[in-house]
Design a binder for this molecule. Structure first.
Ligand code: PEP
Length: 248
């Protein structure tokens, strides 16, 4: 049975003071079988830990560098994140692929580094509006997944969370249709099966991300192959995240 995951990606938002005021007004009733996760900017991880460590809510990071230490100015490693109590790390978010030029190969190294330090990678995949129009969605997503899973054992591949985030839906207010997202989730499972075997394809969790809010969330979760959501903008409002979690 795959556990539902509701993950908030704060992106580059909230100072420590703002994060503190978010968590002061964030109260939920714990639900069995649903994991709730916040991925704040690196600078907010200690204050997030302070507020969440005695709760069932998890925290993680939005990025990682795939070496443990060394001359990589400005980067943060997997052991550093593990030491801060992170459970999950987002790898290959489309904003990093597009703005910072992250390649599929670099993302694959990040996924491996996160798993090697006993955390769970959330591998983001998704097509641009242009690729969608040109009918290249499966080609793009298929290659992102195959590259990321290539160096992993079947057991490691099964642990990866794959977030389908169509780039045209991120921050646009235009979410994919639940049926459209399910169709891609089925393709993702098929790709995992071809790359890492049947067991991994049944165990891998698939999230949908892209303009998820309290109103559309439950339609995505009703889909057979969608196991949760990765939420950007809406995760910055405590009342919206409480609403989303309560509906999950
Ligand atoms: C995201 O950045 O992962 C995301 C899904 O953003 P939004 O929910 O704002 O579309």
């Amino acid at each position: 049975m795959r556990k539902t995951l509701i993950a908030g990606n704060w992106k580059m938002n909230f100072t420590v003071t703002e994060a503190e005021s978010f968590f002061k007004s964030f109260k939920i009733q714990k639900k069995e079988g649903v994991e709730l996760l916040f991925c704040p900017p690196f600078t907010d991880i200690p204050i997030t830990r302070f507020f969440l460590e005695r709760s069932s809510i998890l925290w993680g990071a939005q990025n990682v560098y795939p070496e443990d230490n060394g001359a990589f100015t400005g980067e943060i490693s997997a052991p550093m994140l593990k030491d801060l109590g992170c459970s999950y790390v987002i790898c290959g978010h489309s904003e990093r692929r597009q703005i910072l030029g992250e390649s599929d190969e670099l993302v694959a190294r990040k996924v491996k580094a996160v798993l090697s330090h006993d955390m769970i990678p959330i591998l983001c995949v998704g097509e641009t509006g242009e690729e969608r129009k040109e009918g290249q969605t499966e080609e793009r997503i298929g290659s992102e997944i195959r590259t990321a899973l290539f160096e992993l054992s079947k057991e490691e591949a099964a642990k990866v969370v794959i977030a389908y985030e169509p780039i045209w839906a991120i921050g646009s207010g235009k979410a994919a249709t639940p049926e459209g997202a399910e169709e891609i989730a089925v393709f993702i499972r098929k790709t995992v099966k071809e790359t890492a075997g049947k067991k991994a394809s049944e165990e891998v969790r698939i999230l949908y991300g892209g303009s998820v809010n309290g109103d559309n969330m439950s339609h995505f979760l009703k889909q057979k192959d969608i196991d949760g959501a990765l939420i950007g903008g809406a995760s910055l409002k405590p009342e919206t995240m409480i609403d989303i979690y309560s509906k999950a």
